[in-house]
Design a binder for this molecule. Sequence first.
Ligand code: NAP
Length: 308
Amino acid sequence: MSVLYQRVAFIGLGLIASSMAHAIRRSGLAAHMTGTARSPETRAIAREIGLVDQVFDTAAEAVAGADLVVLCVPVGAMEAVAREIAPHLAPGATVTDVGSVKQAVIDSVAPHLPADSHFIPGHPLAGTEHSGPRSGFAELFDNRWCILTPPEGCDPAALDRMTKFWRGMGANVDLMDAPHHDLVLAVTSHTPHLIAYTMVGVADDLRRVTDSEVIKYSAAGFRDFTRIAASDPVMWRDVFLTNKDATLEILGRFTEELFALQRAIRQGDGALLHDYFTRTRAIRRGIIDAGQDTDAPDFGRVRKHGAE
Ligand code: NAP
């Protein structure tokens, strides 16, 4: 694969940035990579493991001369980062991000960027419950989707290069407008995470009553919830604060369905429960047929990735 960007700068060096750095190296997509992170500890680890070619103490130094800048910080931190890098961007640089919510990132980042830069927001639908510069791996994006939400009037050549870049990292690329992205992700990722957090919270309360039984018998379904509920608290706090409307809309629908199932259980309506579970089973089959998961019985434990 050929070099697509001469100098790629990462702001934030966690799971997603480190996975991108490994995937970029694997395919030779960039001639040079720089990066910075907020804490000296993260920067020291990045230097120690040689994550990128140069680790700088400031974002201003990291983005100097970069033709691609990738914002890899929690959604709530994007605005401050955009403000900080804007005066130091190279003329005509492309700026992208990997935030899990898109409209809020566009609203907070775009106003700060110079007119000659190309802003192409993005979201790779791949992740794990792990964080930090050591948690990345080159295969994270293989055969997963990356959604780009280019603004109207986006430069076609810049968009084409960004699309090739994600394909080069192993991903499939789709284009969407930001509100649609936020609604789709509220269904497929954000609300399921909230439900997992809630279920684990309930079990934690119960644990005080039943001692350690919740842990001991966790293999019966609960264990998969705990993996999701172990995801980074800052990242997920920001997701719910910034994708508020779509998440509340889906949660409302979820609550209605839950009440319907609750009533069916109370009334002994086995036919309704059976029909419902038959329909949901078909959705699982569709995900496997689309190559987005395996139907191995231990899914989610042997494999390293999940879609976030
Ligand atoms: P991560 O592993 O926790 O890394 C976050 C990075 O952002 C760290 O380098 C951290 O610096 C830096 N950071 C945190 N707060 C900051 C602040 N207030 N100002 C400046 N820098 C800050 O996170 P990640 O999983 O890579 O997530 C990064 C982005 O990707 C998020 O926007 C998230 O929504 C999105 N995303 C995540 C997943 C996933 O499954 N994890 C999937 C797709 C997209 P220090 O290490 O120095 O604290």
